[in-house]
Design a protein around this ligand. Sequence first.
Ligand SMILES: Nc1ncnc2c1ncn2[C@@H]1O[C@H](COP(=O)(O)OP(=O)(O)OP(=O)(O)O)[C@@H](O)[C@H]1O
Length: 646
Amino acid sequence: MEMVGLSPEQEKAVRCTSSPVIVAAGAGSGKTRTLTAKIAYLVKECGYSPQRILAITFTNKAADEMKSRLRAMTGLDEEAFPWVRTFHSACFRILKQECHRVGLERPISVRSDSQQTTILKGVLLELNVDKKYLQPAKWLISMAKNSGDPYAFMESKKMSVPGIRGIYDRYNEILRSQNAVDFDDILLLVKEIMQKWPDVRRHYQELFDYILVDEFQDSNRLQNDIMELLVRNGNLTVVGDDYQSIYTFRGAEPRFFLTFPESFPGCSIVKLEQNYRSTSTIVSASNALIAHNRMKMEKRCYSLKEGPPILAKELFDERDEAEWIAHKCREYFSGHGIPWHDMAVLYRTRFCSKAFEEAFRKLRIPYRIVGARGFYESKEIQDINAYLVSAVNPRDDLAFERIINVPRRGVGAGTLKKINSFRSPGTSLQDACWLALQSGTITGKAAAELTQLKEHLSVIAGLSPKEAISFVMDKVGYESYLQEYARDREDFINRLENVELLTYVASKSSGIEEFLEECALIREEQDEDQDGKEGVKLMTFHAAKGLEFRIVFVAGVEEGLIPHWRSLFDEDSLQENIKGVEEERRLMYVAMTRAIERLHITWALSRQGRFCKPSRFLWEIPEEFIILERIEQKGRGCYDHHHARR
Ligand SMILES: Nc1ncnc2c1ncn2[C@@H]1O[C@H](COP(=O)(O)OP(=O)(O)OP(=O)(O)O)[C@@H](O)[C@H]1O
């Protein structure tokens, strides 16, 4: 196979199949291109069956992109690569096959973030634990699961939530009784199944002839364990950039990346150091920044493209900052013909977006917020999906509870109490409801309406997802309900548009089970995938992972925001948290390396009425790469870079 468009290093990573390979790459060095080329090479040159290659991507979107590139490279259609997936999606596929072993049956419900919160709230109440522990408990449960060994994790950590073990057990018990899992369970259960049933493990080991993992620096212990359980004969390639590991707060451990050569002795290490994306100014400035981190692999990233210095601009407050950026965007658009969607404003935390939204609206500049995480969490989408879930998984109490009186059916507290009196261990809310109906305890409007709901649910179970949605809208009367529910006409139209989008997504799935599964897996992702929409992109540093833009504004570069105040101190020791600051530096590195042509760094002297000073990271960038524009202070004239450093 001719390696079109690959550098010699990239080609080396592709051709190396005789040992495990770790590709240690820099930003913009073509990691995904290399990984995709390797899959094509395995199929076309080495005779691997595409059905038997497991390729793990970080997001569902990245998996789709990889499959469409593979189609172009191999001429095979996308269905030929069923195992190009995220860790969660691959494991969910395995879990579905093997779920009977852990007391689950198909279809399994996957709890969303807000549903997890609801369940945990109930658990805390039941166990008499103060509700102030809700978020910490949720976080600890997730971390414990992602550690791969929850009980050991809970033993080893100084737990800040009283009775966390009991909470953990009760929470899981409730999930199982609802035939449901949370997002972390998908991986944890697969690991447990593989460990407990060696024949299952062998089956999947034999199924996967080759395993590739993208963004390996952000793998957590659990993912790493699963990878090690599945890999056969060292047929493994992992790709990553330890400088861009930004998910340690979710349990990612860059040390798996750094210690890969010890875990897989005899592995080949291939470095990709040429950055094809950014100018050499941007690459050198980012190198200088990351050089301040102690924990890292040595790499010499470089670029052959010339470019102008980085513009670093100080502003009075967040409004000024946003307006300055908005004006700059207009300048690039009108003066240089750069399309809006080639520009991005990146910030550390979500709350920063408000000022930009206002400024962009004021200046009539199209924008879109990436990763608003609204869609799958919006009421109408959750309601409609709850109908579909209730139709196919009657054990899902949360879904049924959500729809039992939506649209209103006259089911008030009294009726619910009657229904609950029919509950016993093992009886779902839905079963109890039908039992109560049968017994004649429920009367009047509620009885008639619930009887109809029962019929509706059985009809929905037999429909395609698209038909089911339109059935809920028309026959169940959800559209009329939504009209009443909406704040105003605009709100109603927005919600209808959401439903339309959902219908579009549904039209691609053949069955309700498949559709719900897709929603559950995508829901966890940040991006709502509206690529077609024109506009300057506004997003957090985290959401910008893997993306690139011609013009980038890294905003709010202030102490307390980046590095974020929460990462500055270790809560246990009250010492400076060096690891935390290093992770923040990697985040800044990710943000800066998104820029192709021009990078701007901005900060405000005051944000939300509080005085701010520029981030320490600004001073870690050598002055030769920066033009610094500070505000004149007390008639002293413009600070120069040198002066500012003092
Ligand atoms: N061999 C090559 N020749 C020319 N351009 C390349 C080559 N490899 C990659 N590129 C280009 O470089 C850019 C960066 O590639 P890609 O997005 O795959 O990098 P990455 O390593 O995943 O980056 P990051 O980790 O920073 O997100 C893309 O525009 C890609 O098309």
